[in-house]
Design a protein around this ligand. Structure first.
Ligand SMILES: [Zn+2]
Length: 127
């Protein structure tokens, strides 16, 4: 028997609307942060115009890169989930193929793993 998540069409529609709402939220957050960032950036350029503090600048870039990576990672995970949501394998853990409980999907519709595998996965990636 092929593994197929037992999500009903209605449940998938509910999850899709949650995902879409989150995408809109993320877009708004990103836009307001970009506006804030460009203000900070132009203020800093004015300040640093004649200064030549390369280490200071590379340090700043690392912090900015990390913050936007987190946002684009979440954004990608959510838009990816929206593409998968009507496929039979959506809602199945990518590690153990067990059905991810609907209650968990409601909280995190972009989840790729069941809670147990997610804990293992996060444990592995910790420093
Ligand atoms: Zn699993």
């Amino acid at each position: 028997m092929p593994s197929t998540a037992q999500l009903s069409q209605e449940q998938r529609v509910v999850l899709a609307s949650i995902l879409q709402a989150r995408l809109v939220d993320l877009e708004r957050t990103r836009e307001s942060e970009l506006q804030g960032q460009s203000q900070v950036e132009s203020a800093r350029r004015t300040l640093l115009q004649d200064a030549d503090d390369a280490s200071q600048r590379s340090g700043d870039h690392e912090v900015e890169g990390t913050a936007s990576d987190i946002h684009s990672g979440e954004f990608n995970a959510i838009s990816d989930a929206l593409q998968r949501i009507h496929r039979p394998d959506y809602g199945l853990c990518i590690d153990c193929q067990v059905e991810i409980p609907f209650a968990r999907l409601l909280l995190e519709p972009q989840a790729l793993r069941c809670a147990a595998c997610q804990t293992l996965h996060e444990g592995k990636s910790l420093p």
